[in-house]
Design a protein around this ligand. Structure first.
Ligand code: AMP
Length: 282
C-alpha cells in the first residue's frame, strides 16, 4: 500500500496507479468503513482512501479535538482489505485558507444542516478538493450519513463533477446499532441503550409501510426514545434525495433521526419497506 502525505506524493502515486475507486473517510475505522473499501475493490480499480479529520465540518463547540484518531490501526486495516493508496493530507496543505467554499443550498439546509450550521459547506468543500486531487473514477459513501449522500450527489450533479457516486447501505452491530467512530465514546450503560434507536426506527418504518400515518408512528418513537434517556433532535420521514418530509407512504422514503445519548450524538436512518436487507458486522 502506498502512503501519501503530501500532494506531491499523491500525484506520483496517481501516475503509477491509473484510474482509482475512492473512499474518503475521517479514520477510526470500523466495519462500515471497511465495507466501503471492499465494495470499492469490487470495481476492479485500485482503491484509494483518504483519512482526514476535516476541521471545516466541525462547529466551534463540537468535538473536533475529541474525534477518535487511530492512524496506525487504520493503516493496518486498510492494508488488510487490499487498499492500494492511503492519502493522509496535512491540514496545512489541504486547508491553507479556504477563502473559496462550496455551498450546497436547500438539500443541506434541514436536519443536520440546521443542527450544525456550516457543516455541509465544510464537507462539500473538502470532498470537492479531494475529488480534484485524487481524481477518482468512482467514489463510495455510506447511507449511514444519508443527508451527506444527498448533499454530495447534488454538488456532483449541479457542478458537473466528473465522478460516479456509489452509496452503500449502513453496516450495523449485531445489536442493530449503526456502526460509527463516535460509538467508541459511549459508556457501558449507553452502549446497552443505544440499539433502541434503530429498534424504534424499524418499528416506525414497519408501521408506515403498513400504511399508518407517519406522524403518529414518529411521535411514538420520539416518546419511547426520550423515556429511555435519548435527547431526540429530529426524527422524520423524508425523501432521501431532497430530504424533504413526506406526509404519506412513498416507496423510496426513509426515516432519518439524530438523538443524543449522554455526550454522543447518534445518527441513523432506515428505509421504509416491508423487507429490509440488513448488513450486520462480521
Ligand atoms: P466518516 O469517517 O465517519 O466520515 O465516514 C466515512 C464514510 O464511511 C462515509 O461515507 C460514511 O457515510 C461511511 N460510513 C460511516 N459509518 C458507516 C456504516 N455504519 N455503514 C456504512 N458506511 C458508513
Amino acid at each position: 500500500m502506498i502512503l501519501a502525505r503530501s500532494f506531491q506524493e499523491l500525484h506520483a502515486a496517481r501516475e503509477e496507479l491509473g484510474e482509482v475507486a475512492f473512499v474518503p473517510t475521517m479514520g477510526a475505522f470500523h466495519e462500515g468503513h471497511l465495507e466501503l473499501m471492499r465494495r470499492a475493490r469490487e470495481t476492479g480499480f485500485p482503491v484509494a482512501i483518504s483519512i482526514f479529520v476535516n476541521p471545516l465540518q466541525f462547529g466551534p463547540s463540537e468535538d473536533f479535538a475529541q474525534y477518535p484518531r487511530d492512524e496506525a490501526g487504520d493503516l493496518h486495516e486498510a492494508e488488510r482489505v487490499g487498499v492500494a493508496l492511503a492519502f493522509l493530507p496535512r491540514a496545512e496543505e489541504l486547508v491553507p485558507q479556504s477563502d473559496a467554499w462550496v455551498r450546497v443550498g436547500q438539500v443541506a439546509s434541514r436536519w443536520e444542516g440546521a443542527a450544525r450550521p456550516g457543516h455541509f459547506d465544510g464537507v462539500a468543500t473538502i470532498v470537492l478538493k479531494l475529488f480534484h486531487l485524487v481524481r477518482p473514477r468512482i467514489a463510495y459513501f455510506g447511507r449511514k450519513d444519508l443527508q451527506q449522500c444527498a448533499v454530495i450527489g447534488t454538488m456532483v450533479r449541479d457542478l458537473n463533477v466528473p465522478v460516479e457516486l456509489a452509496f452503500v447501505e449502513t453496516v450495523r452491530e449485531p445489536s442493530g446499532l449503526a456502526m460509527s467512530s463516535r460509538n467508541r465514546r459511549l459508556t457501558a450503560t449507553e452502549q446497552r441503550i443505544a440499539p433502541r434507536l434503530y429498534e424504534q426506527l424499524r418499528r416506525a418504518a414497519d408501521e408506515i409501510a403498513s400504511n399508518e400515518g407517519p406522524r403518529e408512528s414518529l411521535r411514538r418513537a420520539r416518546v419511547e426514545l426520550s423515556n429511555v434517556g435519548f435527547e431526540v433532535d429530529y426524527i422524520e420521514y423524508v425523501d432521501p434525495s431532497t430530504l424533504e418530509p413526506l406526509a404519506t407512504f412513498e416507496p423510496c422514503g426513509r426515516i432519518v433521526a439524530a438523538a443524543k445519548l449522554g455526550s454522543v450524538r447518534l445518527l441513523d436512518n432506515v428505509p421504509v419497506e416491508s423487507s429490509e436487507k440488513v448488513t450486520l458486522g462480521r
